[in-house]
Design a binder for this molecule. Structure first.
Ligand code: FES
Ligand SMILES: [Fe+2]
Length: 338
C-alpha cells in the first residue's frame, strides 16, 4: 500500500502577524531555546542579552559561578538591563533607564533614589526568571516555569551524541544572517534533503546518495554517508522548534533559526572549534557553511515571495523525503489550536 502524501499547511499561516503572535506565546515561550555556550559567559558578571521571538532575554553568570537567565525587563517601568550583546557587569545588573540595581541572582538590590514609598517592598520586584540548564556546555533557557527538564526533551539527542568528543570544542565563533521570510519557511527547508541535489551542487557532491531523515520527536536526525574526506561527518540533527545541530569531526555548528517578526528570520550561528584550531582552518570551515546558507536563504526568500503572492495555498509533501516537515507542520497546527 502506498503512503499518503500529506497536504501542507496553508500559505496564509506564513504571512499573518496574528499567527505569529500565537506562535510566540504557544511555541517560543514554552520550549527550550539554545541561548549561549558557557564560554560566552566566562566569569561572574559576564552576561549575554539577546531578543528571541520578540522576548528580550539575558543570561548572567552569578558570583557562585552558576549561569541564570531572566527576561531583560526591569520591574520598574520595563527598561532593559543591558543592550543586546555580550558584556561584563560589576556584581549587579543595573537598569539602563533609572538605575535600579539587581543582584546576579535576580533579586532587586536597590531601587535607586526611589524615595519613601508606602506599600513598596523591593523583595516583590525581582527579575522574572527563566528556566536555565547547562547541557554539555550549552546554555538552554525556557520561559515556561513548568517545562519538563531539557535533559528529558533532549534524550534522543543525548543518546546519539554521547560518544562524540564534544567537550574538546570550546572556541566560540558566531555569525548572523537576516532574511526576509517567515521562520517556518526556513525551518521546513532545513527539515528535508530533497532539495540538496538541485539547490546545493557542491554539498551534494560531498554526500553519498543514501540521504534520509529519521523522526525521533522532538528531534529529527539526518542520515547521509559522507564521501571520504568531506566536512560533514558525525551528527546532523534538528530539535523542535528551531535548532539545527551539526557535529563535525573538527567542530560543531549550532544553527538557531529565530523569528524577528512574522516576515523576518535571523539565523544565529554558534560555531565551536577545538582550542588549538588555527584561524585559517576556522575561516575555511565557516566559509564552507556559508555557501550552503546563501543558497538556502536565496530559495527561502523566493518561496516566501511566492507564498505572499496569494496564488499558492497548499501543496503535497513527499512521504519519502518530507516526513520531517509533516511532523513539524502537525506540531505547528497543534500549537495554533487547529
Ligand atoms: S525602568 Fe528600570 S529603573 Fe526605571
Ligand atoms: Fe539547504
Amino acid at each position: 500500500m502506498q503512503t499518503i502524501a500529506p497536504e501542507t499547511l496553508s500559505a496564509s499561516l506564513y504571512r499573518d502577524p496574528a499567527v505569529f503572535e500565537t506562535e510566540r506565546r504557544h511555541i517560543f515561550a514554552r520550549t527550550w531555546l539554545l541561548f549561549a555556550h558557557e564560554c560566552q559567559l566566562p566569569e561572574p558578571g559576564s552576561y549575554l542579552a539577546q531578543t528571541v521571538a520578540g522576548y528580550p532575554l539575558i543570561a548572567v553568570r552569578g558570583e557562585d559561578g552558576q549561569v541564570r537567565a531572566f527576561h531583560n525587563v526591569c520591574r520598574h517601568r520595563a527598561g532593559p538591563l543591558a543592550r543586546d550583546g555580550q558584556g561584563k557587569c560589576e556584581h549587579q545588573l543595573v537598569c539602563l533607564y533609572h538605575g535600579w540595581r539587581y543582584a546576579l541572582d535576580g533579586r532587586l538590590a536597590s531601587a535607586r533614589d526611589f524615595g519613601p514609598a508606602a506599600g513598596f517592598d523591593p523583595r516583590d520586584y525581582a527579575l522574572v526568571p527563566l528556566k536555565c540548564e547547562n547541557w554539555r556546555g550549552f546554555i538552554f533557557v525556557n520561559m515556561d516555569q513548568d517545562a519538563e527538564p531539557f535533559t528529558q526533551v533532549a534524550a534522543s539527542l543525548e543518546m546519539r551524541m554521547k560518544h562524540l568528543p564534544i567537550a574538546r570544542f570550546t572556541k566560540v565563533r558566531t555569525s548572523t544572517h537576516d532574511m526576509k521570510c517567515n521562520w517556518k519557511t526556513y525551518v521546513e527547508n532545513y527539515l528535508e534533503g530533497y532539495h540538496i541535489p538541485v539547490l546545493h551542487p557542491s554539498l551534494s557532491a560531498s554526500l553519498a546518495r543514501d540521504y534520509g531523515t529519521e523522526l525521533d520527536p522532538p528531534a529529527i536526525f539526518y542520515r547521509a554517508t559522507p564521501q571520504k574526506g568531506a566536512a560533514v561527518a558525525g551528527l546532523w540533527a534538528w530539535l523542535w522548534p528551531c535548532l539545527g545541530v551539526n557535529v563535525y569531526a573538527d567542530g560543531i555548528l549550532m544553527e538557531r533559526m529565530w523569528p524577528l517578526d512574522y516576515q523576518h528570520t535571523r539565523l544565529d550561528y554558534l560555531y565551536l572549534f577545538a582550542e588549538d584550531a588555527s584561524e585559517a582552518e576556522i575561516a575555511r570551515q565557516v566559509q564552507q557553511s556559508l555557501v550552503t546558507t546563501a543558497e538556502d536563504i536565496f530559495i527561502c526568500e523566493a518561496v516566501q515571495r511566492n507564498l505572499d503572492a496569494g496564488i499558492y495555498d497548499t501543496g503535497r509533501l513527499s512521504p519519502r523525503h518530507e516526513s520531517g516537515i509533516a511532523w513539524f507542520q502537525r506540531e505547528v497546527a497543534r500549537a495554533l489550536g487547529n
